[in-house]
Unconditional design. Structure first.
Length: 342
């Protein structure tokens, strides 16, 4: 059997761990051959390929990003796109696909499965917002990078009596902000799931200053004030209908200074720093286990499924269960955070 492998959407620490595990196990245990499709779904649409052998992948475990490249190409939005994917697979002798990606990439995989194309998924997103899995690889690395940044910013904030505002990724789900805020002992953590009251945030900031501390605020890029709108660049939507978010930290800063004129602030946007660099040990292991599970699913003909972490076990779940709706921060988790903030 010949397997095509692709990585779609934003890059993510741990992608190469999945690729490595899939190729090593598939080659040794099942005698599979592999071909890498370059640049996400653009690869099977345009026949862009690269070699994937044990020799190619053996040493990529600690490498960030993806050796296959990525894009936000959406074959469902391309005229005849699904048939072009099917045709490319036939021409290259590819029997099945391993699609590694987040909500958008796996949404395409779900559609291809419905169209009769053999496909298995592995969940990739630093946002940890895919349903049917407890955690996604990449999330742990992103949170650790954010916490390290907050720890450093907190000391310089204290030295200069400044409020430090740290903007992290999180379009619709605030998992990165939630875990970062809790681990970094932030005084305020703002997430998309709970529109914030700017007056209440200002009151908390003043209270922190009054007791001689420097406020640390963590905010998701998709957070918004009560009655407000998500802040974006105004650029065109991408192929999956997403706007490019930008500027929420600066808007929060302006609102706080309006209410606290003497407030000294600095805004740090971590942005793509959270995606880059070497993955943590946890993400290397979770990515590896996801790749192993995906190859077992292909060998057993268990298509239309995704590798998912449930408790401590990696199991296969239907793709539709993972992409039907986003996994967002629950009120219970926000309540936990409230008791250790301020």
């Amino acid at each position: 059997m010949r397997i095509g492998v692709l990585t779609g959407g934003g890059d993510c620490p741990g992608l190469n761990a999945v690729i490595r595990a899939a190729v090593l196990k598939g080659t040794e245990a099942h005698g599979f051959e592999f071909v890498g499709f370059r640049d996400g779904w653009k690869g099977p649409l345009e026949g862009l390929t690269t070699e994937l052998t044990p020799e190619v992948v053996r040493h990529i475990l600690p490498v960030g990003g993806t050796i296959l490249g990525s894009s936000r190409t959406n074959p469902v939005k391309v005229e005849g796109g699904i048939e072009r994917v099917r045709s490319t697979m036939a021409e290259l002798g590819v029997d099945a696909l391993l699609a590694i990606g987040g909500e958008d990439t796996l949404g395409v995989a779900t559609r291809l499965h419905a169209e009769g194309i053999k496909v298995v998924g592995a969940p990739k997103t630093i946002d940890n917002d895919l349903s049917a899995t407890d955690y996604t690889f990449g999330f742990d690395t992103a949170v650790q990078i954010a916490v390290d940044a907050c720890d450093r910013l907190a000391t310089t904030g204290a030295s200069h009596h400044r409020a430090m505002i740290v903007e992290v990724m999180g379009r619709h789900a605030g998992w990165i902000a939630l875990h970062t805020g809790m681990a970094a002992s932030a005084h305020v953590t703002l997430v998309p799931e709970a529109p914030y009251d700017l007056d209440a945030v200002a009151a908390t900031v003043k209270g922190v200053l009054d007791r001689g501390e420097a406020p640390l605020i963590v905010i998701s890029e998709g957070a918004l004030p009560a009655g407000g709108e998500v802040v974006h660049t105004g650029a065109e939507l991408d192929a999956f209908g997403h706007v490019q978010l930008k500027g929420v930290g600066e808007i929060l800063e302006r609102g706080l200074v309006e209410r606290l004129p003497d407030l000294a602030t600095r805004v740090t946007v971590l942005g793509h720093l959270l995606r880059g660099g070497t993955p943590t040990a946890y993400d290397r292991i979770l990515g590896t286990r996801s790749g192993l599970s995906a190859i077992t699913a292909i060998a057993e003909g268990n298509f239309g499924t995704m590798a998912a972490l449930v408790g401590t076990e990696v199991v296969q779940v239907p793709l539709a269960d993972a992409t039907g709706e986003l996994k967002v921060v629950t009120p219970a988790r926000l309540d936990e955070l409230a008791h250790v903030s301020g």
